[in-house]
Design a protein around this ligand. Structure first.
Ligand SMILES: [Zn+2]
Length: 257
């Protein structure tokens, strides 16, 4: 998830700041910033270097050879040091070797994204996230909602989930499920349970002991209830076994005494 919000830090990466850029190596010059088809011929005068010709690199180097040859014939060998060919800047990147591309193009080219979905945020008495570039359906005016970023797959995430050969629809389904899960987290729908056993000796004397606990369940409260009940039954069985064993030991003591 790549997001940009002036107040919240959402998702895994922030689109603004220093951790994200959409610069890629210029495809016209392979990132070296040079225009291999065009060069300038410079000649040094008493007042500095002056461009005296332009054309292909070969043509300019040929021109230097001819000028130097003529100069040598005329007994002016110093002329060779007064000429140079300079390769022109790549016109696409102006010599920087990098160009800025759209976020979508960057994610496809540099991160290997196959599916890119827009991410919306609704900020109305709590936060929630959804897949979409427009306003949330409960906020048609778009006062409290709108796009904050994108979610996308990468070669790494596909490999982590065993989805290297998955179709686009399957990848999209996985990304949508991830957004749903993140939305549950944002809405605070995080649940857990603790199984405790309470031993009451007298009304004022009782002790509780934690047997089992599990936290961090997102969203599905029914599932958490089922897991909690299973854990409670398991704990109750263990407690029963323990008390039966204690009873047995006590009986043996009586018998052997
Ligand atoms: Zn370039």
């Amino acid at each position: 998830m790549l997001c940009g919000h002036r107040r919240y830090r959402l998702g895994d990466e922030q689109v603004d700041g220093e951790d994200f850029t959409t610069s890629v190596a210029c495809p016209s010059c392979d990132g070296n910033g040079e225009n291999q088809d065009r060069a300038k011929l410079w000649r040094k005068h008493a007042y500095g270097w002056v461009a005296v010709g332009a054309g292909s690199i070969q043509a300019m180097q040929g021109e230097i050879s001819r000028v130097v040859e003529r100069a040598l014939q005329a007994g002016r060998p110093e002329e060779a040091g007064r000429l140079m060919v300079e390769v022109c800047d790549c016109p696409r990147c102006q010599g920087s070797g990098e160009i800025e591309v759209s976020i979508a193009a960057f994610l496809r080219q540099e991160r290997g994204a196959k599916v890119i979905l827009p991410l919306g945020l609704i900020d109305h008495s709590g936060l929630s996230m959804y897949v979409g570039s427009g306003a949330h359906r409960h906020d048609p005016g778009g006062w409290d909602s709108g796009q904050v970023g994108v979610i996308f797959d990468t070669a790494e995430t596909r490999s982590d989930r065993g989805m290297e050969d998955s179709r686009r629809e399957e990848i999209e389904r996985a990304l949508r499920a991830e957004v749903d899960e993140y939305a549950q987290f944002l809405r605070g729908e995080v649940y857990g349970f603790t199984v405790t056993v309470t031993v009451t000796v007298t009304v004022s004397d009782s002790a509780s002991d934690s047997l089992d606990s599990c936290w961090g369940f997102l969203g599905d409260l029914e599932y958490v209830r089922a897991r909690a009940n299973e854990a409670a039954e398991c704990g109750a069985r263990a407690a029963r076994r323990e008390s039966e064993e204690k009873h047995l030991m006590a009986c043996r003591d009586i018998v052997t005494a």
